[in-house]
Design a protein around this ligand. Structure first.
Ligand SMILES: [Zn+2]
Length: 419
């Protein structure tokens, strides 16, 4: 079989510090070899060779809090009511391709209005449209009057496009099973408010028994559960119930962090949204609310630093799709942590790649023999300057499963078979 060689690469494998002058060999949909002279095979005339001349090669990134179907949102009501489901599906397809072309070969849904993720995942999988590997999220689960059950009852509208309103463990179990029937790989629960929501972060409108019933029902069918969780008691409830992925976790302390490390819980801090929202709302928020948001954000920076040091599986993904944070500039999130939370570029690249590999069946997320060939070639070194990842004109190669999504390079040796 014809192979593709990338030589003279500054290899950022998703785990280790950069290794200059490396070679990566792709065969079929997998990486066949990666390393320096002696540890990698030599190309034959049947192979295609790209001399990267010191450009960086790294794994494709994973956006693990993705709302493909959120567009131009100003309030929660907009998510469900602003556009018809057919329009949302078209917009979601466009956003999925944009995400892939921004260097993200994987995505995990974080709530999809009208179940748009499921159709999106299937259309991408069948090659109908271009997009990342998508772990599809179903409707959100919330209790009566919880953070996203916002339409007044006298409107007689319900809120079925966005979420399922459940009370009591039996209703949670049933909702999860119905979501699985409709094709969800992961189901999102709104355990608290906060983190951009007016609903208070320190009120917990969901019981431990409800959370546990949901996680058990998901796990018995090998599906995942994630939750919007901000306050400490709620984080602990979710960890005790074995939730797989915790969104935000602003108030995680040492006890939470210990459990996260022990249980291998994934955490998307998604603090860029908090920062961006505060910046946008500065003139619109009351002084009291602004001070409260500032406190949470400060706490978020400290929690993230601690969790990172302790070895929590922090991952990348944030709430793009609001009017003040539209789809497109996805990699800004990596730069944000480097700039504001003091995270090193190498760590934040690890969050975007290796740390989330387990969510995708451990098949990618690093550059090593046997892994999926989801990779990027970057004209620049993101470990020296993380902002290069935001510049799409510098993503010279985007490869997903051994197929070029983008290629701006000319091979120094074209396969004799192709010629
Ligand atoms: Zn979200």
């Amino acid at each position: 079989m014809e192979r593709t060689f990338f030589t003279a690469a500054n290899l950022i494998d998703g785990i280790n510090p950069p290794q200059p002058n490396s070679t990566v060999v792709v065969e079929g949909d997998r990486i066949a070899a990666a390393g320096r002279d002696g540890s990698v095979p030599k190309p034959t005339p049947r192979d295609t060779v790209f001399d990267l001349g010191g450009r960086s090669l790294m794994p494709g990134m994973n956006q693990c809090h993705f709302h493909a179907g959120y567009i131009n949102i100003n309030s929660i009501m907009d998510i469900e009511l602003k556009y018809p489901p057919t329009y949302l599906a078209l917009a979601a397809a466009k956003n999925a391709e944009l995400l892939l072309r921004s260097g993200f070969t994987g995505a995990v849904g974080a709530g999809s209005p009208h179940n748009v993720d499921v159709a999106l995942r299937d259309a991408i999988g069948e090659g109908l449209i271009q997009g990342p590997r998508l772990i599809a999220c179903g409707h959100d689960i919330v209790t009566s009057g919880g953070p996203i059950d916002v339409n007044p009852d006298y409107w007689k509208l319900g809120i079925e496009g966005l979420c399922r309103v459940c009370d009591g463990p039996d209703e949670f179990r049933k909702a999860i099973r119905q979501e699985i029937k409709q094709g969800a790989d992961i189901i999102k629960m709104y355990v608290t408010g906060g983190h951009g929501f007016e609903f208070k972060a320190d009120e917990v409108p969901m019981t431990f028994e409800e959370i546990q019933a949901a996680t058990q029902a998901a796990h018995e069918r090998n599906r995942l559960v994630r939750g919007h969780v901000v306050s400490r008691p709620a984080i602990l409830d979710c960890l005790r119930a074995r939730m797989d992925l915790i969104d935000h976790a602003d108030a995680m302390d040492d006890e939470c962090i210990d459990l996260m490390v022990k249980q291998g819980t994934y955490v998307t801090p998604s603090l860029y949204f908090s920062w961006k929202t505060m910046d946008f709302m500065r003139k619109r928020m009351s002084a009291e609310r602004l001070a409260q948001e500032e406190r949470w954000l400060e706490q978020g920076y400290r929690s993230v630093e601690k969790a990172n040091k302790a070895g929590v599986k922090l991952i990348i993904g944030d709430d793009f799709g609001t009017s003040w944070m539209p789809h497109g500039d996805y990699a800004v999130e990596l730069e944000f942590y480097v700039k504001y939370a003091g995270t090193s570029p190498l760590d934040v690249i690890r969050w975007a790649t290796h740390n989330s590999a387990g969510l995708f069946g451990d098949q990618g997320g690093s550059i090593a023999a046997g892994k999926l060939a989801d990779l990027l070639v970057i004209d620049g070194d993101p470990v020296r300057d993380i902002s290069v990842l935001r510049d799409r004109s510098r993503l010279d190669v985007i490869m997903k499963g051994g197929q070029f999504v983008e290629s701006r390079l000319t091979p120094t040796q074209a396969s004799a078979q192709a010629a």
